[in-house]
Design a protein around this ligand. Structure first.
Ligand code: NAP
Ligand code: G4F
Length: 348
């Protein structure tokens, strides 16, 4: 029988890859989108199917993690077999500027979903997008499912609430509710203000003369960076395990932001030190210095393996952004030519 999945955060990096993977696996997919003043469905536009056509397997519904009545209505309408709660205010630095809002969406959003499940009596499986930010100022390295949490930001604190409320509903009401504790994962679809994409966008624009400088924060921070497409496979495996449980998903390698810069600029034959300047605006009130995950449990129990290496990730993101930069350079050239032509015609 065809399974139905509901995804919050479908317009984000992970939501778009997950929708793709679930459609490939034969699911009917529903995504929750927020009303926005301009289109923000770029990451899923290639999956678009005419909603009037018979057999459409991807549908988008308006809702919001801050609006429980919309979640209840959607649950009744969709009757999903699986809910993936990926929606969040997901930027750690920004969470210091909007801590209360981050708590609402990223923390309480999870309980709104869980309550909607309880109230409607529908029995979907529930996946919570938990984060390595839970470990924060980590008590041990590498971090496993047993490592105590020490979040270092309003985002991390909100994710801690969402993690524990997911465990609590599993234990209290017997829901199939699991946490994937995912370490950083990036891609060509990563938001442009996260460090990996900020670097690949800037380095490729610098290469083509579209930008002179890149302003950065703490270059010493270390992260366990994987490829997002690999990580959404782990989400599906966690959701389709025999029992609900919590799993760390990581590559088991850690690299500094400085190394990310060196690799990206080096790949483009540029010396990063000539272009990068430090701007204290990008420092955080409290930093997470080192994240390194031990994903033995998900590897052993569910057979998950990351496929893309750190070098492979830098390469694929840089290749993609180089194409974007080329398109931008061409568009500028066209605009310049047309302005020059207009100036010529004007003088005739
Ligand atoms: P992302 O690109 O920032 O996407 C976030 C998604 O959440 C977007 O679709 C956004 O919609 C949606 N959203 C924001 N506020 C919402 C609200 N009030 N109601 C409904 N939806 C809302 O994040 P991502 O990188 O794909 O990450 C997916 C999830 O995994 C997030 O929960 C994130 O915190 C978590 N996570 C990510 C990583 C990582 O390294 N990427 C690691 C661990 C955990 P708009 O497009 O309308 O803004
Ligand atoms: O790319 P980042 O902003 O990601 P961060 O803070 O690790 O959070 C991401 O991963 C989490 C998983 O651990 C997710 F839960 C979360 O939703 C998000 O996807 O920053 C990475 C590191 C930080 O230490 C930051 O201080 O890079 C450092 N950094 C240095 N300069 C910078 C910059 N980060 C950003 N965004 N911009 C900079 O200019």
């Amino acid at each position: 029988m065809t399974k139905t999945a509901l995804i919050s955060g479908i317009t984000g990096q992970d939501g778009s890859f997950l929708a793709e993977v679930l459609l490939e696996k034969g699911y009917d997919v529903y995504g929750i989108i927020r009303r926005s003043s301009s289109f923000n469905t770029d990451r899923i536009d290639h999956l678009y199917q005419d909603p009037h056509e018979k057999g459409t397997r991807l549908r988008l519904l308006y809702g919001d993690l801050n609006d429980s009545s919309s979640l209840n209505t959607i649950l009744r309408q969709v009757q999903p077999d699986e809910i993936y709660n990926l929606g969040a205010q997901s930027h750690v630095r920004v969470s210091f500027d909007i801590p209360e809002y981050t708590g609402e969406v990223t923390g309480l959003g999870a309980v709104r979903f869980l309550e909607a499940i309880r109230e409607t009596g529908i029995k979907p499986r529930f996946y919570q997008a938990s984060s390595s930010e839970l470990f924060g100022n980590a008590f041990e390295t590498p971090q496993t499912e047993a490592t105590p949490f020490h979040p270092r930001s309003p985002y991390g604190c909100a994710k801690a609430y969402a993690y524990y409320i997911t465990v609590n509903y599993r234990e209290s009401y017997g829901l199939f509710a699991s946490n994937g504790i995912l370490f950083n994962h990036e891609s060509e679809r990563r938001g442009e203000t996260f460090v990996s994409r900020k670097i690949t966008r800037a380095a490729t624009r610098i290469k083509l003369g579209l930008q002179d400088k890149l302003y950065m924060g703490n270059l010493d921070a270390r992260r366990d960076w994987g490829y997002a497409r690999d990580y959404v496979e782990a989400m599906w495996l966690i959701m389709n395990a025999d029992e609900p449980d919590d799993y760390v998903v990581a590559t088991g390698e850690t690299h500094s932001v400085r190394e990310f810069l060196e690799k990206t600029f080096g790949y483009l034959d540029l010396d990063w030190e000539k272009y990068v300047e430090i701007d204290p605006r990008y420092f955080r009130p409290a930093e997470v210095d080192l994240l390194l995950g031990d994903a033995s449990k998900v590897r052993r129990q569910l057979g998950w393996e990351p496929k893309v290496t750190f070098d492979g990730l830098v390469k694929l993101m840089t290749d993609y952004d180089l194409q974007l930069a080329k398109q931008e350079a061409e568009a500028r050239e066209l605009k310049h030519t047309s302005t020059t032509n207009k100036a010529r015609w004007g003088s005739m």
